[in-house]
Design a protein around this ligand. Structure first.
Ligand SMILES: Nc1ncnc2c1ncn2[C@@H]1O[C@H](COP(=O)(O)OP(=O)(O)OP(=O)(O)O)[C@@H](O)[C@H]1O
Ligand SMILES: [Mg+2]
Length: 465
């Protein structure tokens, strides 16, 4: 902004000039009249003096008004209302018009400012990473999603090196900088974790004020790809799991019809195996249906009331024959004051049953199974809850398998699990039920010592009535 001016420079010159301009013609006429003796010389002199005085007065008024106008223009520029308007109507109108013009320009400026701030906020808040490059392909702006996606752990600035060096993307950026149409490029970044991205490359013409010339809109397809892969794996696994017992059943039927047709002893033995295979298929189908039912309800919060203490006791009792058959013992530790919570009781019964079933199946023959149930107070972001820990002193689980145990059909030793009737869906069912209840599952295991599966559930009061 220019420093406020003090009005026209050289006021004396302006006043004298104005006075001269006003008084010159009448003075000349008076001088001519006096020269031709049309009026007396003294009268002419007085009249000329009067005209000169009027000229000086007019010059002063003119000067003061120009000072006021100039001040009014300065104030308009600074966004302040005029305080002392010129007295001459034309100058006053100029000052008023300048004030109105300045306010309207200011209002427009504020609107543009507001719009551009809104645009920045929208771009900043978009869930997809957005990157703006200059003509040479150097990054100019990144939104929050892009900064988050490309800032390596522990670093404070994003690293776009690997992305911008990608040959297909570079070629597309060059084409966009040369005015080419928008295009999308598939980019796979191998580190730190493999990511599959689809990058939309859009040329910006005219360029942005900050030099931005190319817009990159990234969408991460990693998750979708993984889900696709999991779905394909699930179908392949389910197919395989059902096919094996089915093939075995068909084999036995053939044998019973042919070679074993007259061998009652073999028939009895084969029928026993067939019943076992049929049971296995039926369990598998039941588990798959149960899992898909749980998945379908996963986004609806549970209703009902579940008394975990009673559930745990009942499940342990029901397992007693199997526990005894493996010469194991269950040690129950149910803390006082564990109250019923808002939960689907059937689903929680399934969680308890699946964890205890695993402890019996994979625990040490002759070993102990610990079941601890306790309330946990609220801490940090976690509300008050209930913890159920099921531990065994079995062979444990090698560390690399632990993160994958809750995947469908994942088994540490598939042959062994299958031999003891496992389908590999038990922990996947547990995980989905806990997701629905906003709970969590923690698995700790030490090889040779045993495993502990700890469930945490929020202790929400069940609805009454
Ligand atoms: N307490 C445990 N000790 C050692 N390994 C375990 C234990 N619990 C689970 N596992 C391992 O985790 C795998 C997955 O368990 P999950 O309960 O999902 O399937 P499963 O027991 O094989 O079959 P299902 O429970 O459907 O009958 C098991 O196959 C086993 O290898
Ligand atoms: Mg199991």
């Amino acid at each position: 902004m220019a420093p406020p001016s003090e009005g026209p420079r050289r006021p004396a010159l302006l006043v004298a000039g104005t006075a001269a301009a006003i008084a010159a013609a009448p003075a000349a006429i008076l001088a001519a009249l006096a020269a031709f003796d049309r009026i007396p010389h003294t009268a002419a002199a007085w009249l000329a003096l009067g005209v000169a005085a009027a000229g000086v007065l007019a010059g002063l008024i003119w000067y003061r008004d120009l000072v006021r106008l100039s001040r009014a223009l300065d104030r308009a520029e600074a966004g302040r209302p005029p305080d002392d308007l010129p007295r001459l109507p034309p100058l006053r109108r100029v000052a008023e018009a300048a004030d109105r013009l300045a306010s309207s320009i200011r209002a427009q400026g504020q609107e543009v400012d507001r719009l551009s701030r809104a645009a920045v906020r929208i771009v900043e808040g978009l869930p997809d990473p957005l990157i703006v490059l200059d003509r040479e392909g150097r990054p100019v702006t990144l939104n929050a999603a892009a900064r988050e996606a490309f800032t390596p752990p522990g670093a404070s600035v994003p690293d776009l090196g690997a992305l911008l060096r990608h040959p297909a993307l570079r070629a597309a950026v060059d084409r966009a900088a040369a005015g080419g149409p928008s295009e999308s490029v598939a980019v796979t970044l191998p580190v730190p974790v493999e990511r599959e991205l689809v990058v939309q490359v859009i040329g910006l013409d005219p360029p942005l004020p900050d030099g931005g010339r190319i817009l990159l809109v990234l969408s991460d397809r990693t998750r979708e790809r993984r889900i696709e892969q999991m779905r394909a794996d699930f179908i392949a696994n389910a197919n395989h799991e059902l096919r094996t017992p089915l093939a075995s059943l068909m084999g036995f039927i053939e044998t019973l019809r042919g070679p074993a047709a007259d061998d009652p002893e073999a028939q009895a033995r084969f029928l026993g195996i067939m019943a076992e295979q049929a049971q296995r298929m039926s369990r598998l189908i039941e588990d798959m249906l149960s899992l898909s039912r749980i998945e379908m309800s996963e986004h609806t919060p549970p209703r009902g009331s579940a008394d975990l203490a009673a559930l745990v006791r009942r499940t342990a009792e029901a397992l007693e024959p199997r526990v005894a058959a493996r010469r194991m013992r269950i040690e129950l530790a149910v803390a006082d004051g564990v109250r019923p919570i808002l939960a689907d009781p059937d689903q929680l019964a399934q969680v308890v049953a699946n964890l205890l079933d695993n402890a019996v199946k994979y625990g040490r023959e002759g070993g102990r199974i610990g079941v601890r149930l306790a309330s946990t107070p609220a801490s940090g972001a976690r509300p008050a809850g209930i913890t159920l820990a099921v531990s065994d002193d079995g062979p444990g689980i090698p560390r690399q398998h632990i993160p994958r145990l809750t995947e469908r059909f994942y088994r540490v030793d598939a042959a062994r699990s299958r031999a003891i009737g496992g389908t590999g869906l038990g922990l996947a069912i547990v995980k989905h039920i806990l997701n629905r209840h906003r709970g969590s599952l923690e698995i700790a295991s030490e090889e040779g010592k045993g495993s502990t599966f700890t469930v945490w559930l929020p202790a929400t009061e069940p609805e009454r009535g």
